[in-house]
Design a protein around this ligand. Structure first.
Ligand code: PLP
Length: 405
């Protein structure tokens, strides 16, 4: 083990297992490690660095705001906070009644959404419906919404009332009644392996929740801020939810999250009912304003749609026997494998200087910066094709008894 690996093994909580590399700097879609090895970053910190690394707009916004005002608490309002609230309301179509609560992460945004559901439901509506394979975070409320038992069971008992149902229209229809406070869904289940909802699901969820008086809450933490080729995943469907949660890409690398509420859901929180010391701080909100303004003015939502289609076509054209299909939307892409070897592919890619992610053993997740162009796609295809050949060669060697993958 190298010195940094020793340090990490000794000093960091072992929640993330062994770290893959010690990264020291980044620029655009590239990262460098402590040995100055360069990596093409097609993960973007898990759909976070929307503009790539060290983008001048990000650097200028954070530097200027740090030199002006970084924190005051929520006893006070600040100009970047108000600007970001208005911007998010506009982008999310939240209208005049919309309101924004700022958090520091995705899980915290979902905690706020959970409390919103409780405020709406009261004792009459104790049920909250979430989806099997859904991921909403690791704090206790967001964990209760998260389906995966391996994440939840060691921490039970969970906050009550959450039921995980299959992601089918029939299951939703069967589960809905007037005791449901809220339905929470991701438009694309990113952590589950970039799995889209069935066609028409959000529309049906909207009409069923309206019929039964429940809130429709959409977790846009991974899909928001242009990643899917629209501002939000739900924007593809032409519906209006009661609330959305945001984080990741809106800050482009600065930790910030938000809950945006619509219509009467905006009246549920009252003074003292929720809060956060850091939420909506001037530093984070100034950066998010700059990142979202750049996404808008540079046409990066459209770029995500075009580059996503281009990337999927090029991956499919590789005709690799290791690849079954691709799925997802915009620049949130799942590459579905023919064998459960995603971990081996991720390691081989890293050797080659490419950062990608194994969402599960059968699926590689790609979530590059929204501003990638031809050059990054060409380089990705070259590195990915070489990686797949490396893995195929070691599979062949292991089959002939020489090496194991
Ligand atoms: N919701 C979704 C859909 C996510 O993908 C994630 C993170 O991967 C979260 C919530 C949790 O966000 P955070 O890790 O910022 O707490």
């Amino acid at each position: 083990m190298t010195v940094w690996q020793d340090d990490a093994a000794r000093d960091l909580v072992f929640n993330a297992g062994d770290r893959f590399a010690l990264l020291t700097r980044g620029a655009g879609s590239y990262l460098w490690d402590g040995d100055d090895k360069r990596y093409l970053d097609f993960l973007a910190g898990i759909a976070v660095t929307s503009l790539g690394h060290s983008h001048p707009v990000f650097v200028e916004a954070i530097s200027k705001q740090a030199a002006t005002l970084s924190h005051v608490s929520n006893y006070f309002a600040t100009p970047p906070q108000l600007e970001l609230a208005a911007r998010l309301k506009r982008l999310a179509g939240a209208g005049i009644d919309g309101r924004v609560y700022f958090s520091n992460s995705g899980a915290e945004a979902n905690e706020a959404a959970f409390k919103l559901a409780r405020l709406h439901g009261g004792v009459e509506r104790p049920r909250i419906l979430a989806l099997e394979n859904g991921f909403h975070g690791r704090t206790m409320g967001s964990l209760a919404l998260t389906a995966k038992e391996a994440y939840r069971v060691p921490f039970e008992p969970m906050p009550g009332g959450v039921e995980h149902i299959p992601a089918t229209l029939e299951a939703l229809e069967a589960a809905m009644d007037d005791r449901v406070a809220a339905v929470i869904v991701e438009p694309i289940q990113g952590e589950a392996g970039v799995v889209e909802l069935p066609a028409g699901y959000l529309e049906a969820a909207r009409s069923l929740t309206l019929k039964h008086g429940a809130l429709l809450i959409i977790d846009e933490i991974q899909t928001g801020a242009g990643r899917t080729g629209a501002w939000f995943g739900f924007s593809h469907e032409g519906i209006t939810p009661d609330a959305i949660t945001l984080a990741k890409g809106i800050g482009g690398g600065f930790p910030i999250g938000a809950l945006v509420t619509y219509g009467s859901a905006s009246a549920l929180f009252t003074p003292g009912s929720h809060g956060s010391t850091f939420g909506g701080n001037p530093l984070g909100t100034a950066v998010a304003n700059a990142v979202l303004a750049e996404i808008e003015s540079a046409g990066l939502v459209e770029n995500a749609a075009v580059r996503g289609a281009q990337l999927r076509e090029r991956i499919e054209d590789l005709n690799s026997p290791l690849i079954n299909s691709t799925r997802g939307r915009g620049l949130l892409i799942g590459v579905v494998l023919t064998q459960p070897i995603a971990g081996a592919i991720v390691s081989a890619a890293q050797e080659r200087g490419l950062i990608i992610n194994a969402a599960n053993p059968e699926t590689i997740r790609l979530a590059p910066a929204l501003n990638i162009g031809d050059a990054e796609i060409e380089e990705f295809i070259t590195l990915f094709a070489a990686t797949l050949s490396d893995v195929q060669a070691s599979l062949a060697a292991s089959e002939s008894g020489k090496v194991s993958v």
